[in-house]
Design a protein around this ligand. Structure first.
Ligand code: HEM
Length: 123
């Protein structure tokens, strides 16, 4: 695994490690109020990012395109904005970050949909 596939997968391992430590902290403190933020860090940060990484590994032609780097940047920005955004929404301190992160995250998925169809012949 190299290039953009490595970076998607490697960052996913870091996000899930943080997410698991957060889960342990929730268990120890018996305060599960941040469970939705923990879940989104793990599901977008690990499951989704790892799937992107595996796809780009399986379809290297897609990973070599500039669009793959744009995809990585937008997916990363979306995660970094949406997780604190969900924390703020749960705390009742505003929803703007959660909304912004959601838009970036769905934009990242739209790029991936386009990528999958554009590279169907290479898959
Ligand atoms: C060390 C590993 C983990 C620990 C200790 C942990 C701990 C927790 C805890 C304490 C909750 C709250 C449960 C409740 O209030 O009912 C929770 C919820 C959840 N976790 Fe984890 N978790 C871990 C890893 C993961 C991973 C890897 C994923 C996904 C890939 C995940 C996805 C979820 C989901 C979807 C929820 C439910 C969120 C909700 O109800 O809003 N967790 N976890």
């Amino acid at each position: 695994m190299r290039g953009i596939s490595f970076w998607f997968f490697a960052m996913g391992t870091i996000y899930v490690t943080i997410g698991m430590l957060w889960g342990i902290e929730m268990s120890v403190s018996q305060d599960h109020s941040m469970a939705p933020a923990h879940a989104h860090l793990n599901l977008i940060g690990w499951v989704t990012m790892a799937l992107f990484g595996i796809y780009y590994h399986l379809v290297p032609e897609a990973g070599e395109k500039t669009l793959a780097k744009v995809h990585f940047a937008i997916a990363t920005a979306g995660l970094i904005v949406i997780v604190p955004g969900i924390v703020m929404a749960l705390n009742g301190t505003g929803e703007a970050l959660a909304k912004g992160g959601s838009v970036l995250t769905v934009l990242s998925m739209a790029i991936f949909v386009f990528t999958v169809f554009r590279n169907r012949a290479a898959a």
